[in-house]
Design a protein around this ligand. Structure first.
Ligand SMILES: NC(=O)C1=CN([C@@H]2O[C@H](COP(=O)(O)OP(=O)(O)OC[C@H]3O[C@@H](n4cnc5c(N)ncnc54)[C@H](O)[C@@H]3O)[C@@H](O)[C@H]2O)C=CC1
Ligand SMILES: N[C@@H](CC=O)C(=O)O
Ligand code: NA
Length: 458
């Protein structure tokens, strides 16, 4: 058995406290696997008095001093946020300390600087816990599939929003109550805006796209919409179509006559209930990886939570510690491809659009004409509310009917169209006198599978 590997832990919250517990509970087995005991050198926290469960002599509020200690071999960062984590980890790596982090926000913004610092000093940088919590996903992409060509990585990568959407769908829970519960269970970020507005999923998409397509993708490159605007009505509309609403992260390598590019995007979308992703509920995540030779692979498990995330952190810590013991090194950064990012306007998908209209003769024709003029083909249209036929108002069939005072909603499902065309359509619709507004737009995704559940709207 080699001499102990000394670990500096930065942060002892939902995840950090579970790492401390597992290090103690499994000390003997971890030592056997690493070939050396894993010892905590210190734990940096904001308020030591809040951690009576941890030996007081380990606690410090001076994270910089802890990282700089000469007896530290590996730094485990579980504090979150960009600053001061960025400087602490850059310092650690520059000084040859290996780093394990669950901090997707930092990895998605400063991945290049961190990878460079690791390469220059020969230290390891592991971050399996940063994407999809407990699910082994980055290691399979980086290592197991290193001989294949990945085309798409897509799925549910945020536990909090999946927990909220599942609760809204299954129990009719309100958005605010479900968010509060997700926070109480330790799924939500310190600032849950990161979850509900899609920033957390966008950071994860950036990390996934970077690894899958060997191209540096940052969170700013990822198109992002959150779930704040998803209403109970949207969920009911999805149900009526045989769909569920999920916050999806989709990363693709796109081929076109002008060459390859990377599309990375996060938004809520309707997916058919028959699709395996539709039955992923609560804080579970699921990600499909599609590679040329391997074909489709599915990864499923707990995407958030203290013990679950700590499992992934420990896996990385064991790998980093083993490398210290045997003198090996973990996988290097491989962002050699430098592919451009595909503009969101070029991305093609299907859309579910609710158009609130004045219920009068000709309005349907007027709305349909706007879609056609922008080259967005309608698959189905249904009217909800208002009158369903007749022209008792004396209007004509070109959309110039006189108002009756009755309102209705036209529920339009389109065939595949570009994002730019859909946006132009919506803008033109809002300019129609007969249109009161576009109440909601949700994409309809099948992620490569036939949308059989939407058979009626093909
Ligand atoms: N909670 C979860 O399910 C998951 C969390 N993560 C990531 O893991 C990291 C930690 O998350 P949680 O444990 O949930 O957060 P948390 O808010 O429960 O814990 C953060 C800890 O860091 C400490 N801290 C923060 N800033 C500090 C500073 N400047 N100096 C000293 N200590 C400081 C806090 O006192 C606290 O102990 C974040 O990057 C998060 O995105 C990743 C996957 C899942
Ligand atoms: N807040 C995140 C935690 C894990 O990454 C989530 O809800 O998925
Ligand atoms: Na993971």
């Amino acid at each position: 058995m080699s001499s102990p590997i000394r670990v500096a832990l930065l942060g002892c919250g939902v995840v950090g406290s579970q790492v401390v517990r597992l290090l103690s509970d499994q000390a003997d087995e971890l030592a056997a696997r690493v070939g050396a005991p894993l010892e905590l050198a210190g734990i940096a926290v904001r308020r030591p008095q809040r951690h009576p469960e941890v030996p007081a002599e380990l606690l410090t509020t001076d994270a910089s001093a802890l990282v700089a200690r000469p007896d530290v071999d590996v730094v485990v960062e579980l504090m979150g946020g960009i600053d001061p984590a960025r400087e602490l980890l850059l310092d650690a790596l520059k000084n040859g300390r290996s780093v394990v982090s669950a901090n997707k926000a930092l990895l998605a913004e400063e991945g290049e600087a961190l990878a460079n610092a690791a390469r220059e000093s020969g230290a390891d940088l592991y971050y399996e816990a940063s994407v999809a919590g407990a699910i082994p996903l980055l290691r399979p992409i980086q290592q197991s599939l290193a001989g294949d060509r990945i085309r798409r990585v897509a799925g549910i990568v945020n536990g909090t929003t999946n927990f909220i959407l599942s609760a809204m769908e299954s129990t009719g829970a309100g958005y605010a109550d479900a968010l509060e519960e997700a926070g109480r269970l330790g799924y939500a970020e310190a600032d849950p805006t990161a979850d509900v507005d899609g920033y957390d999923a966008a950071s994860k998409a950036a990390i996934l796209a970077s690894l899958a397509f060997h191209t540096r993708v940052t969170a700013a490159d990822v198109y992002r919409e959150g779930i704040r605007d998803v209403t109970a009505t949207d969920i009911a509309s999805a149900r009526a179509l045989g769909c569920s609403v999920k916050l999806l992260a989709i990363c693709e390598q796109v081929e076109s006559p002008s060459g390859s590019s990377v599309s990375a995007r996060v938004y809520p979308a309707m997916i058919p209930k028959a699709h395996p992703l539709a039955s992923v509920s609560g804080a579970f995540n699921a990600v499909f990886v599609e590679a040329d030779a391997a074909g489709p692979l599915m990864f499923y498990g707990q995407g958030a939570g203290g013990p679950q995330t700590a499992s992934a952190v420990l896996g990385d810590l064991v790998a980093a510690a083993r490398n210290k013991v045997i003198g090996g090194r973990g996988p290097r950064d491989s962002a050699y491809a430098h592919l451009p990012i595909q503009p969101m306007g070029d991305v093609r998908t299907r859309y579910h659009v609710n158009v609130d209209v004045h219920d009068r003769a000709g309005v349907l024709a007027a709305v349909a004409t706007v879609f056609a003029e922008h080259d967005v083909s309608i698959a189905t249209v249904k009217q909800e509310g208002g009158r369903t036929s007749g022209r008792a108002d004396g209007g004509d069939d070109e959309g110039h009917g006189a108002a009756t005072g009755t309102d209705a909603t036209l529920v339009v499902v389109t065939h595949e169209a570009s994002d730019a065309a859909l946006r132009a359509t919506v803008e033109a619709l809002t300019g129609l006198e007969a249109v009161r507004g576009v109440a909601s737009i949700l994409r309809v995704e099948d992620l490569g599978r036939p949308v059989s559940a939407l058979g009626g709207v093909q």
